[in-house]
Design a binder for this molecule. Structure first.
Ligand code: G3H
Ligand code: 13P
Ligand code: ZN
Length: 312
């Protein structure tokens, strides 16, 4: 199967009560780990590339790695998505350069400006058979160079969503209901709680419309402990409880973004490897267990959190 857009994936996810995983990719091992887990679980998948990933690995390398995964995993639908596109020009470069989906993130701009830039991206994308994710509301945390402090974060206002979607023509909408980017989402000792009332009001106003959750890593204790046990220092890293994500996936949420968890698995595993084998220096030896652990973590997300195993 060639690369696909997210249209069919989202239709099936919406009606099937599950979400498709959107995992960030930056190198070959991460692409392999994610897509091998999805192939074995027969799950659809969205591989997403941030501005930072394009700067690190180069657009062409990433597209070709994803195309290699499509060849290796012909049974499952794979979409290639731009994560947090910051301008029309970045979106256009990805639309022209083989992506099947782009996000235009103008959520930090005033409402009217967000509509204007999103509308422009949608027009160009739809003319080229590409779908568009937009965002309303501001998540806290770090995404690319943008660091949104918790003071500047705000929940999506449900009363704005109908006008936004009808004026922009976007295909899916990322909303802010309490998730945030990175590994430090909630204060240790507090009880994380997503605002399901906002999600339900948004989906009441936008029937059958796919909703997206960013900042949805759960920051597994196992890997935080591994990082900390082998020379790292990540005190107070706390993520979104997996049961809450599972619940969101049963509602209108069709795409759940997970990046930090994969980074943690990779870093924890590599730290452990070096602590146990200080004499080793072959990158294949330390990347192999890191890749294997990312794969098992993705499998767990597909089966226990997203509910998309067997849905390809
Ligand atoms: O939301 C941001 C993603 O986790 C990508 O992170 O901008 O460091 O590549 P990045
Ligand atoms: P996490 O930092 O929670 O993994 O969020 C990733 C994300 O939203 C990518 O856009
Ligand atoms: Zn994000």
């Amino acid at each position: 199967m060639a690369l696909v857009t997210t249209t069919e994936m989202f239709k099936k996810a919406y009606h099937g009560g599950y979400a498709v995983g959107a995992f960030n990719v930056n190198n070959m091992e991460i692409v392999q780990a994610i897509t091998e887990a999805c192939r074995e679980e027969n799950a659809p998948v969205i591989l997403q590339v941030s501005k930072g990933a394009r700067a690190y690995a180069n657009h062409t390398y990433l597209v070709k790695l994803v195309e290699a995964a499509v060849i290796e995993c012909p049974e499952i639908p794979i979409a290639l998505h731009l994560d947090h596109g910051d301008s029309f020009e970045t979106c256009k470069a990805c639309i022209d350069g083989g992506f099947t989906s782009v996000m235009i993130d103008a959520s930090s701009k005033p409402f009217a400006e967000n509509i204007e830039i999103t509308r422009k991206v949608v027009e160009y994308a739809h003319d080229h058979g590409v779908v568009v994710e937009a965002e309303l509301g501001a998540l806290a945390g770090i995404e690319d160079e943008v660091n949104v402090s918790s003071d500047n974060a705000h929940y999506t206002r449900p009363e704005e969503v109908e006008e936004f979607v009808s004026k922009t023509g976007c295909d899916s909408l990322a909303i802010a209901i309490g998730t945030s980017h990175g590994a430090y989402k909630f204060k240790p000792g507090t009880k994380p709680q997503l605002r399901f009332d906002i999600l339900e009001e948004v989906s009441r106003r936008l029937p059958e419309f796919p909703i997206v959750l960013h900042g949805s890593s759960s920051v597994p204790k196992e890997y935080v402990d591994m990082v900390n046990a082998y020379g790292g220092a990540m005190p107070g890293a706390v993520g979104v409880p997996e049961e809450q994500l599972r619940h969101a996936a049963q509602l209108a949420v069709c795409k759940i973004n997970i990046d930090s968890d994969l980074r943690l698995a990779m870093t924890g595993t590599i730290r452990k490897f070096f602590a146990e084998h200080p004499e080793k220096f072959d990158p294949r030896e330390y990347l192999k267990p890191a890749r294997a652990n990312i794969k098992e973590l993705v499998r767990h997300k597909l089966v226990d959190v997203l509910g998309c195993s067997g849905k390809a």
